[in-house]
Design a protein around this ligand. Structure first.
Ligand SMILES: [Mg+2]
Length: 256
Protein backbone atom coordinates (compact mmCIF):
# COMPACT_ATOMS: atom_id res chain seq x y z
CA UNK A 1 0.00 0.00 0.00
CA UNK A 2 1.43 3.34 -1.07
CA UNK A 3 1.29 6.19 1.41
CA UNK A 4 2.37 9.78 0.88
CA UNK A 5 5.49 9.56 3.01
CA UNK A 6 8.97 10.03 1.56
CA UNK A 7 12.16 8.09 2.22
CA UNK A 8 15.56 9.45 1.25
CA UNK A 9 18.30 6.88 0.61
CA UNK A 10 21.93 8.08 0.77
CA UNK A 11 24.50 5.58 -0.48
CA UNK A 12 27.63 5.90 -2.63
CA UNK A 13 27.00 2.60 -4.44
CA UNK A 14 24.51 2.62 -7.28
CA UNK A 15 23.66 -1.04 -6.80
CA UNK A 16 22.71 -0.41 -3.16
CA UNK A 17 20.55 2.58 -4.09
CA UNK A 18 18.72 0.54 -6.68
CA UNK A 19 18.32 -2.44 -4.37
CA UNK A 20 16.83 -0.38 -1.53
CA UNK A 21 14.65 1.62 -3.90
CA UNK A 22 13.19 -1.56 -5.38
CA UNK A 23 12.35 -2.84 -1.91
CA UNK A 24 10.52 0.33 -0.88
CA UNK A 25 9.14 1.92 -4.03
CA UNK A 26 5.72 0.23 -3.84
CA UNK A 27 5.09 1.61 -0.35
CA UNK A 28 6.57 5.10 -0.31
CA UNK A 29 8.02 7.80 -2.49
CA UNK A 30 11.76 7.14 -2.75
CA UNK A 31 14.41 9.84 -3.22
CA UNK A 32 18.01 8.86 -3.98
CA UNK A 33 21.30 10.63 -3.22
CA UNK A 34 24.72 9.31 -4.20
CA UNK A 35 26.81 11.13 -1.61
CA UNK A 36 26.57 13.04 1.66
CA UNK A 37 26.43 16.52 0.19
CA UNK A 38 23.66 15.64 -2.22
CA UNK A 39 21.88 13.81 0.61
CA UNK A 40 21.87 16.86 2.88
CA UNK A 41 20.66 19.09 0.02
CA UNK A 42 17.84 16.70 -0.84
CA UNK A 43 16.89 16.33 2.83
CA UNK A 44 16.42 20.11 3.05
CA UNK A 45 14.60 20.30 -0.29
CA UNK A 46 12.26 17.31 0.02
CA UNK A 47 11.85 17.02 3.84
CA UNK A 48 11.70 13.23 3.81
CA UNK A 49 9.93 11.39 6.64
CA UNK A 50 12.83 8.98 7.02
CA UNK A 51 16.45 8.71 5.83
CA UNK A 52 18.35 5.48 5.14
CA UNK A 53 22.02 6.34 5.42
CA UNK A 54 25.10 4.37 4.38
CA UNK A 55 28.04 4.63 6.80
CA UNK A 56 31.04 4.02 4.54
CA UNK A 57 31.14 6.66 1.82
CA UNK A 58 34.04 8.61 0.34
CA UNK A 59 34.46 12.36 1.05
CA UNK A 60 31.78 12.54 3.75
CA UNK A 61 30.93 9.39 5.70
CA UNK A 62 27.57 8.62 7.24
CA UNK A 63 28.59 9.87 10.70
CA UNK A 64 29.50 13.26 9.31
CA UNK A 65 26.25 13.35 7.34
CA UNK A 66 24.10 12.63 10.38
CA UNK A 67 25.95 15.25 12.43
CA UNK A 68 25.18 17.87 9.79
CA UNK A 69 21.55 16.75 9.49
CA UNK A 70 21.08 17.02 13.25
CA UNK A 71 22.52 20.55 13.28
CA UNK A 72 20.20 21.95 10.60
CA UNK A 73 16.83 23.15 11.90
CA UNK A 74 15.05 21.85 8.79
CA UNK A 75 16.42 18.33 9.05
CA UNK A 76 17.19 17.76 12.73
CA UNK A 77 13.90 15.99 13.46
CA UNK A 78 14.04 13.56 10.52
CA UNK A 79 14.67 10.01 11.76
CA UNK A 80 17.78 8.34 10.33
CA UNK A 81 18.43 4.61 9.98
CA UNK A 82 22.00 3.54 9.29
CA UNK A 83 22.26 0.75 6.73
CA UNK A 84 25.73 -0.68 6.57
CA UNK A 85 28.00 -3.62 6.07
CA UNK A 86 30.10 -2.63 9.06
CA UNK A 87 30.24 -5.28 11.70
CA UNK A 88 32.00 -3.53 14.56
CA UNK A 89 29.75 -3.00 17.53
CA UNK A 90 31.34 0.35 18.41
CA UNK A 91 30.24 1.79 15.07
CA UNK A 92 26.65 0.90 15.82
CA UNK A 93 26.97 2.60 19.19
CA UNK A 94 28.50 5.70 17.61
CA UNK A 95 25.67 5.91 15.07
CA UNK A 96 23.02 5.68 17.76
CA UNK A 97 24.81 8.25 19.92
CA UNK A 98 24.82 10.67 17.01
CA UNK A 99 21.04 10.42 16.87
CA UNK A 100 20.27 7.53 14.51
CA UNK A 101 16.97 5.90 15.41
CA UNK A 102 17.98 2.47 14.17
CA UNK A 103 20.88 0.52 12.69
CA UNK A 104 20.49 -2.22 10.10
CA UNK A 105 23.43 -4.42 9.25
CA UNK A 106 24.00 -6.18 5.98
CA UNK A 107 23.18 -8.80 5.12
CA UNK A 108 19.60 -8.18 6.19
CA UNK A 109 16.33 -9.86 5.40
CA UNK A 110 14.18 -7.75 3.11
CA UNK A 111 11.13 -8.36 5.30
CA UNK A 112 13.01 -7.07 8.36
CA UNK A 113 14.16 -3.92 6.59
CA UNK A 114 10.62 -3.28 5.37
CA UNK A 115 9.17 -3.84 8.82
CA UNK A 116 11.62 -1.43 10.44
CA UNK A 117 11.07 1.21 7.79
CA UNK A 118 7.30 0.85 8.25
CA UNK A 119 7.64 1.14 12.02
CA UNK A 120 9.71 4.32 11.85
CA UNK A 121 7.38 5.85 9.28
CA UNK A 122 4.41 5.07 11.51
CA UNK A 123 6.12 6.73 14.46
CA UNK A 124 6.92 9.74 12.27
CA UNK A 125 3.23 10.03 11.35
CA UNK A 126 2.25 9.85 15.01
CA UNK A 127 4.79 12.53 15.93
CA UNK A 128 3.38 14.85 13.27
CA UNK A 129 -0.15 14.25 14.50
CA UNK A 130 0.82 14.88 18.12
CA UNK A 131 2.64 18.07 17.16
CA UNK A 132 -0.50 19.28 15.37
CA UNK A 133 -2.71 18.43 18.33
CA UNK A 134 -0.32 20.16 20.69
CA UNK A 135 -0.69 23.39 18.68
CA UNK A 136 -4.45 23.59 18.34
CA UNK A 137 -7.10 24.89 20.70
CA UNK A 138 -9.66 22.04 20.65
CA UNK A 139 -12.68 24.27 21.23
CA UNK A 140 -12.14 26.80 18.44
CA UNK A 141 -9.69 24.90 16.19
CA UNK A 142 -7.44 27.96 15.91
CA UNK A 143 -3.89 27.85 17.31
CA UNK A 144 -3.46 27.68 21.08
CA UNK A 145 -1.34 29.85 23.34
CA UNK A 146 1.58 27.44 23.23
CA UNK A 147 1.75 27.80 19.46
CA UNK A 148 1.30 31.56 19.78
CA UNK A 149 4.46 31.74 21.93
CA UNK A 150 6.41 29.92 19.23
CA UNK A 151 5.04 32.02 16.38
CA UNK A 152 5.65 35.21 18.31
CA UNK A 153 9.34 34.32 18.74
CA UNK A 154 9.67 33.45 15.05
CA UNK A 155 8.02 36.70 13.91
CA UNK A 156 9.92 38.80 16.44
CA UNK A 157 13.28 37.49 15.22
CA UNK A 158 12.24 37.79 11.61
CA UNK A 159 11.15 41.43 12.12
CA UNK A 160 14.50 42.22 13.78
CA UNK A 161 16.40 40.52 10.98
CA UNK A 162 14.45 42.16 8.18
CA UNK A 163 14.04 45.47 10.03
CA UNK A 164 10.31 45.27 9.37
CA UNK A 165 7.31 46.03 11.54
CA UNK A 166 4.60 43.65 12.62
CA UNK A 167 1.38 44.33 14.46
CA UNK A 168 0.12 42.42 17.43
CA UNK A 169 -3.55 42.65 18.32
CA UNK A 170 -5.32 41.51 21.47
CA UNK A 171 -9.03 40.80 21.09
CA UNK A 172 -11.33 40.38 24.05
CA UNK A 173 -15.03 39.55 23.80
CA UNK A 174 -16.98 42.02 25.91
CA UNK A 175 -19.51 40.82 28.46
CA UNK A 176 -18.72 37.19 27.80
CA UNK A 177 -19.29 36.11 31.38
CA UNK A 178 -22.77 37.64 31.19
CA UNK A 179 -23.36 35.73 27.95
CA UNK A 180 -22.44 32.43 29.59
CA UNK A 181 -24.63 33.25 32.61
CA UNK A 182 -27.56 34.07 30.38
CA UNK A 183 -27.33 31.41 27.64
CA UNK A 184 -25.20 28.67 29.24
CA UNK A 185 -21.66 27.48 28.67
CA UNK A 186 -22.50 25.34 25.64
CA UNK A 187 -23.80 28.45 23.85
CA UNK A 188 -20.71 30.32 25.07
CA UNK A 189 -18.49 27.66 23.49
CA UNK A 190 -20.35 27.94 20.20
CA UNK A 191 -20.02 31.73 20.26
CA UNK A 192 -16.26 31.44 20.82
CA UNK A 193 -15.97 29.02 17.94
CA UNK A 194 -17.91 31.34 15.62
CA UNK A 195 -15.88 34.38 16.60
CA UNK A 196 -12.61 32.47 16.07
CA UNK A 197 -13.83 31.45 12.62
CA UNK A 198 -14.89 34.98 11.74
CA UNK A 199 -11.48 36.35 12.72
CA UNK A 200 -9.44 33.71 10.89
CA UNK A 201 -11.63 34.21 7.82
CA UNK A 202 -10.38 37.81 7.58
CA UNK A 203 -6.68 36.90 7.81
CA UNK A 204 -5.73 36.43 4.18
CA UNK A 205 -1.95 36.25 4.01
CA UNK A 206 -0.13 33.00 4.78
CA UNK A 207 1.78 34.40 7.78
CA UNK A 208 -1.17 36.19 9.39
CA UNK A 209 -1.87 34.29 12.57
CA UNK A 210 -4.62 34.01 15.18
CA UNK A 211 -4.56 32.09 18.43
CA UNK A 212 -6.89 31.70 21.37
CA UNK A 213 -4.95 33.45 24.11
CA UNK A 214 -7.18 32.65 27.06
CA UNK A 215 -10.87 32.23 27.94
CA UNK A 216 -12.51 34.78 25.64
CA UNK A 217 -9.31 36.40 24.41
CA UNK A 218 -7.67 36.04 21.04
CA UNK A 219 -4.33 37.31 19.82
CA UNK A 220 -3.49 38.14 16.21
CA UNK A 221 -0.04 38.56 14.68
CA UNK A 222 0.17 40.48 11.42
CA UNK A 223 3.70 40.40 9.97
CA UNK A 224 4.84 43.31 7.79
CA UNK A 225 1.80 45.33 8.83
CA UNK A 226 1.66 48.96 9.98
CA UNK A 227 -0.70 50.19 12.67
CA UNK A 228 -3.10 51.55 10.05
CA UNK A 229 -2.99 48.24 8.15
CA UNK A 230 -3.77 46.40 11.37
CA UNK A 231 -6.69 48.74 12.13
CA UNK A 232 -8.14 48.06 8.67
CA UNK A 233 -7.88 44.30 9.07
CA UNK A 234 -9.35 44.48 12.57
CA UNK A 235 -12.28 46.59 11.37
CA UNK A 236 -12.96 43.83 8.83
CA UNK A 237 -12.79 41.28 11.67
CA UNK A 238 -15.15 43.37 13.80
CA UNK A 239 -17.64 43.56 10.93
CA UNK A 240 -17.38 39.79 10.37
CA UNK A 241 -18.14 39.22 14.06
CA UNK A 242 -21.00 41.72 13.92
CA UNK A 243 -22.41 39.85 10.91
CA UNK A 244 -22.66 36.70 13.03
CA UNK A 245 -25.57 38.43 14.82
CA UNK A 246 -24.91 36.61 18.08
CA UNK A 247 -27.67 37.85 20.35
CA UNK A 248 -26.74 38.99 23.85
CA UNK A 249 -29.84 40.50 25.38
CA UNK A 250 -28.46 41.23 28.85
CA UNK A 251 -25.36 43.08 27.62
CA UNK A 252 -25.15 46.85 27.86
CA UNK A 253 -25.46 48.22 24.31
CA UNK A 254 -22.15 48.82 22.63
CA UNK A 255 -21.79 51.05 19.62
CA UNK A 256 -18.44 51.49 17.89
MG1 LIG B 1 29.14 2.75 0.96
Amino acid sequence: MMNNQKVLIIDDEKANLKFLRDILKDEVEVILAKDGNQGIKKAIEFRPDLILLDVVMPVMDGFEVIEKLKKEAETSAIPVIFVTGELEVNKEERGLKLGACDYIQKPFKIAILKARVRLHLKMARQRTMLAQLANIDPLTSVANRRRYNEVFDIEWLSALREKSVFSLVMIDIDNFKGFNDCYGHAAGDRALEKVANAISGQLKRPRDFVARYGGEEFVVILPDTSTQGAIDIMQACRKAVEALQIKHETAPVMVI
